[in-house]
Design a protein around this ligand. Sequence first.
Ligand code: FAD
Length: 494
Amino acid sequence: MDVSAQYDVIVVGGGPAGSTVSTLVRKRGHRVLQLEKETFPRYQIGESLLPATVHGIAHLLDVSDELKRASFTIKHGGTFKWGANPEPWTFDFAVSRRMPGATGYAYQVERMKFDKILLDNARKHGVEVREKSDVLDVLKAEGGRVRGVRYRDAEGREHEVSARFVVDASGNTGGLYKKSGSKREYSPFFRNLALFGYFNGGKRLPKPNSGNIFTCAFEHGWFWYIPLTPDLTSVGAVVNRDSASLVQGDPEKAMESFIAACPLIAEKLSEATRVTEGPYGELRVRKDWSYSNTKFWAPGMALIGDAACFVDPVFSSGVHLATYSGLLAARSLNSCLDGTVDETTAFEEFEARYRLEYSRFYEFLVGFYDMHHSEDSYFWQARKISNTADSDLESFVELIGGVSSDEFADAARARQRFSEASDEMAGMTHTAADDADGPHGAVPGKVVGRLMEQGAALQARALLGDEAGAERPVRRGGLAASTDGLGWVPHARS
Ligand SMILES: Cc1cc2nc3c(=O)[nH]c(=O)nc-3n(C[C@H](O)[C@H](O)[C@H](O)COP(=O)(O)OP(=O)(O)OC[C@H]3O[C@@H](n4cnc5c(N)ncnc54)[C@H](O)[C@@H]3O)c2cc1C
């Protein structure tokens, strides 16, 4: 490691992943340079957030109040027309009675505003942020260790800067990740594409679900319908690659035909007009977005957010995975820079936790899509065989979750120790699911609750700080988060 480097950490990218890691490393007093090729605000998709980001990460970033002031739409949960149930069903993040309103919601955000808030917040914390700075290459020392980057500034001048670590948070475009020796593996399962645009005057779901994301399956795939402001709605169709020629040939016509094929979305948009000017004026297409890299780190370099992996957006997991991986990377960087944990141990912990969270979403989504396609899908069969929803869930989670029972046991114990408040947060979606109308509502709601255990623990830590106590490792022999949540500590019993 080059201790004479100009910076401790260079972060490539000013999205949620980059701004999370840069701020949390800076909070431990390290020298951080963050390079972003665009000038903010810039457009980005990924507008429906999860509570773990809004409460857990945002709190660690000291940005919760600013997000509140931004008046983003409050999202209490999700409303789905999905699976065999002909009626839409809803799950709520639910409100804790002990901390009313504190953690039982997320936001629907205009990413131009949200990402700028996070990037400005990084600046406020002392991160040196340079926009219009396009990173062209990752530089290596003899022996292969990453030692810095080369970038081009607004005037077209090229610079080399050195650092003890480089974090690639440059999103899903570009190939900087290859410098880590990592390969990108695309999911054979989620080979869809999305066509999306914006509408003024779209109808809202009835209260209290008016801020929810509405996800509506139809014959070609599914729609998202995200209320961004009282007037503005983000609408996207995620369709099979078979529709690629239609979408790419004439996106306007394709959008019209998809809407016409989905009566619930057509009804919501019956009095709406599509935005045709400004940053929301074009119909955009994205494809092949589900992938995972073979490695998430190499000596001197870590990959986070979409630069490392991404999975189909049906459960709005992208920004959560981006900010969560930013937190995990920050813990590893801080521990290495502070000299408390060696690089291999610290980054193996980062990668193990990141992969665990990613695989939970990935595996769950595989089951979720099966439920959509066929009543006698794997998940649905499990439900028919079992007498109680809980038993169904346990078998479903074990079979498709890819999570060992040990890890669940750990998560359960961790929840207990995170005090009663934490318990309530972890159970948020469970409570809501119990209220949901019918089996289709109850089952996914509870599974989402499982998925969000890490998020709930994160929220507890953010809200309770040191009172949350030391965390247990999530795997045998692994590290635990330090009490401030910004580093790793060896676990006494591991
Ligand atoms: C169709 C679709 C729908 C989605 N819906 C949701 C949703 O509802 N909720 C959700 O949470 N997520 C959603 N996502 C995912 C979400 O968009 C991403 O997961 C998220 O934006 C990742 O954040 P990031 O910080 O990793 O990358 P980004 O947000 O892409 O930020 C990367 C930044 O790096 C900059 N950059 C790139 N290359 C360079 C370079 N060479 N030098 C300097 N800077 C560089 C870019 O300009 C950019 O600002 C969706 C994704 C898709 C495709």
